[in-house]
Design a protein around this ligand. Structure first.
Ligand code: SF4
Length: 287
């Protein structure tokens, strides 16, 4: 089988840094429980690897994270995820005598700092995905922000008091996903100032799929179904007319029926490791 590699692939810088911080935290605290508050990154294999190193997951799919945080054993180490967290959680952690390690991606932190500053002088509009930890954390930290949900186009326009709002967005949303929201906001607030994309990890991957030659039989995206940026890659591949599949890893890839496929393009989300990518590539090339 011919495999076209869609670059970039492998972890983005934020995921790499969060994983190495978590591994170091366990190494430095071998006899203390070290908890991840939520999936550190949206990839089951990465979380499984961290569990294998002794890190304990407080899983948002099991119970609300704030409730889980309130039950962590005092004296433990607590790692905040790459997506950010409500600042109030830091006070709860301190009250419980937890040692905090913040694995928030630098772009997420920069976005929050910029958002707070902007909100002190102008109305602020934040575009994101309802329920995603990064958006929920931002909104709880900058309460005056008017939220625009990019999935449903629900917009809290009544919260915008002023003609010239500043518009920022969840870091992993690319300009392709933001286009419609920006148009809608400009219609209502022609003087709105639209902020630039802060992280290009996802838009580079999306652009690479849009540039694929049309003789490809299938686009395979490696990533979790919990990962917004991986799901978006699948959606873009389909909208470009390709047959596309989103699979987590080599095990899931092996279950695909690739009988008539001669040429595939292999892409991956920002929270899929290089090792997984190369193992899948080798498997496909062996067919
Ligand atoms: S996709 Fe961008 S913002 Fe998100 S963790 Fe990776 S580098 Fe950070």
């Amino acid at each position: 089988m011919q495999v076209v590699v869609v670059s970039p692939y492998g972890y983005c810088s934020g995921v790499l840094s969060a994983i190495s911080l978590a591994l170091k935290a366990k190494k430095d605290n071998p006899s203390t429980p070290v908890y991840l508050l939520g999936m550190l990154v949206h990839n089951e294999d990465a979380v499984k690897m961290l569990s294998g190193h002794g890190l304990l997951l407080l899983d948002e799919r099991v119970a609300p994270l704030e409730r889980e945080l309130r039950e962590v054993k005092p004296g433990s180490v607590l790692i905040f995820s790459a997506h950010g967290h409500p600042e109030g959680w830091e006070s709860i952690a301190r009250e419980r005598n937890l040692k905090i390690i913040d694995a928030s991606c630098r772009f997420v932190k920069e976005n929050l700092i910029f958002g707070k500053e902007a909100a002190s002088s102008n109305p602020l509009i934040y575009i994101g995905v309802r329920g995603h930890l990064e958006s929920e954390a931002f909104l709880s930290n900058v309460r005056s922000a008017a939220f625009y949900d990019v999935k449903t186009n629900k917009f809290e326009k009544e919260k915008v008091h002023g003609e010239q709002p500043i518009v920022i967005s969840q870091t992993t949303l690319s300009y392709l996903e933001l286009e419609e929201a920006h148009k809608e906001i400009k219609k209502l607030f022609p003087k709105a100032l639209i902020g630039k994309e802060r992280c290009h990890s996802t838009s580079f991957r999306q652009d690479a799929i849009k540039k694929l030659a049309k003789d490809i039989d299938m686009v395979i995206i490696l990533g979790s179904k919990l990962s917004n940026n991986s799901k978006k890659l699948e959606e873009i591949a389909k909208s470009e007319g390709f047959e596309a599949r989103l699979v987590l890893d080599e095990q899931e890839l092996r279950s695909l029926d690739l009988g008539n496929i001669k040429k595939v393009a292999l892409a991956s989300g920002a929270s899929t490791s290089k090792e997984t990518f190369l193992a899948c590539k080798a498997y496909l090339e062996s067919l």
